[in-house]
Design a protein around this ligand. Sequence first.
Ligand code: ATR
Length: 273
Amino acid sequence: MIDASTDLYCVIGNPVKHSKSPLIHNACFKSHGINAVYLAFEISGIEDAVRAIRQFNVKGVSVTLPFKSAIIPFLDEIDPDAQKIGAVNTVVNQNGLLTGYNTDFEAAVAPLRKMMALCGKTVYIIGAGGAAQAVAHGLSKEGARIRIVNRDAAKAQKLASQVNAEWYALKDIEHIDNQKIDVIINTTSVGMHPKVDAMPVPDSFLTPTMLAMDIIYTPLETKLLSTAKNMGCRTIDGLSMFIHQGAAQFKLWTGISPNTEHMKDMIIKGETS
Ligand code: ATR
């Protein structure tokens, strides 16, 4: 029941109306008997939003596009990993002290780690934006051999230099030897609803021994994943990373590790009901 002592949590971003975060966090608060509510706020200015967080004593905040980097100067402390990635997706309010964390990078490797040891594996990251940065940081901590492929070659080069990786321009992808690739991860928006027939790489780049992962979760099975599956590849869908980043946020806020399989079922059921 919501009453005068209910704690407030929220996601801030623009847009946020499509966000599944309220669904998973409210269900977790309920199942753990925590008197808290989680709302979605579509904001236009990050400085005002952080002032409101302080004023209304919002206990925890998920930060989404396009504010993950912009929020950093307005927080009191930044966790070293978030600092290195240059992006915050989680804020913890501890007695008025706002600390920024990044749970995306760990979430990217958690589902992969369940399927293989990543140390020494060759992983191709498609894209070099904010999401790619978090994924690359997570893989770098695991000791993977990282390769960055991006449409804008300068951005690929910049990210590659930060994580000691090799890089390629997307237009040169047919010249890459794809026989020794263990994992391919799409971090671009290519294949996302409504352009569901688009692929971030040509079919010919995939081989049956690769594991293909997508961070897109609308649709759950992207063209990249369905093509890879038909070829015999193992696949990881975008909901896995989304669930793990949310579970890590919940842990930072409450100290409780929620059941990620239940969280995933809830989203899939919520979408089909
Ligand atoms: P995010 O923070 O979600 O990663 P972003 O920083 O805008 O978002 O990055 C989007 C990524 O998707 C970039 O790597 C972008 O490539 P460019 O750096 O060349 O712009 C990639 N991307 C978006 N649309 C693309 C398309 N149609 N083809 C290839 N890459 C695309």
